[in-house]
Design a protein around this ligand. Structure first.
Ligand SMILES: CC(C)(COP(=O)(O)OP(=O)(O)OC[C@H]1O[C@@H](n2cnc3c(N)ncnc32)[C@H](O)[C@@H]1OP(=O)(O)O)[C@@H](O)C(=O)NCCC(=O)NCCS
Length: 177
């Protein structure tokens, strides 16, 4: 069973490893093997940077775990930007991305945000579109050959009687995949 929970400092190495492998192995259509682009893209994908992201109270970072193995990492901040969203290469199309995203979306609603926004890779565009995102501008170059595709998703306001704020610890959401 896959469990989604708030990321903790002890997850830093495994989480960063997932992010790096996801970029290197799954985003080939984005970096095209361009060493300079990859070097810049990966430069801040380190345990040290991950720990600073966790320490920032404006960030909410979750991981997907199965049998103790980290399979996915996602992060949203209080501005509504999703700035990390990466699955391990061997767990594509099991619905894990959808569950991770639902957790971020629930947090955004509890923050009373009106929308989520992000810069998608080329390879993730169909995923975000399936989750209700719409294009929000023209693609821009980043890190060299990488193109970032702006997307946004308007959120339905949280009713006063529903919604539960997800705290910093504990298993929050799970599903069998
Ligand atoms: C994009 C990514 C996060 C999707 O995660 P995932 O767990 O494989 O996605 P899910 O299984 O939850 O898919 C949910 C829906 O999105 C759509 N979708 C996901 N991947 C897709 C693909 N490669 N092609 C077309 N549609 C896709 C489908 O509609 C899917 O529903 P379905 O499987 O019932 O048809 C994952 O592929 C990934 O980590 N990619 C590389 C890293 C990356 O580019 N991250 C985005 C950074 S901005």
């Amino acid at each position: 069973m896959v469990t989604v929970r708030a990321a903790q400092a002890r997850d830093a190495e495994a989480a960063v490893d997932v992010v790096r492998r996801s970029i290197i192995e799954l985003c080939t259509a984005d970096h095209s093997g361009d060493v300079d682009t990859l070097t810049k893209w990966l430069a801040n994908k380190t345990p040290q940077h991950f720990l600073t992201w966790l320490a920032n109270e404006n960030n909410f970072c979750v991981i997907a775990v199965e049998n103790g193995e980290v399979l996915g990492v996602a992060l949203v901040n209080r501005s509504g930007e999703i700035s990390l969203f990466y699955l391990a290469p061997h767990v594509q199309r099991r619905g894990i991305g959808r569950v991770l995203h639902a957790t971020l979306e629930e947090k955004a609603r509890n923050w009373n945000l009106e929308k989520l926004h992000l810069n998608s890779t080329f390879v993730a565009r169909h995923f975000y579109e399936a989750l209700g995102y719409v294009p929000a501008g023209t693609a821009k170059s980043h890190f060299g050959v990488l193109r970032c595709y702006p997307y946004e998703k308007m959120l339905i306001p949280k009713s006063s009687s529903s919604g539960r704020d997800i705290g910093a610890t504990g298993a929050d959401r799970s599903r069998s995949t």
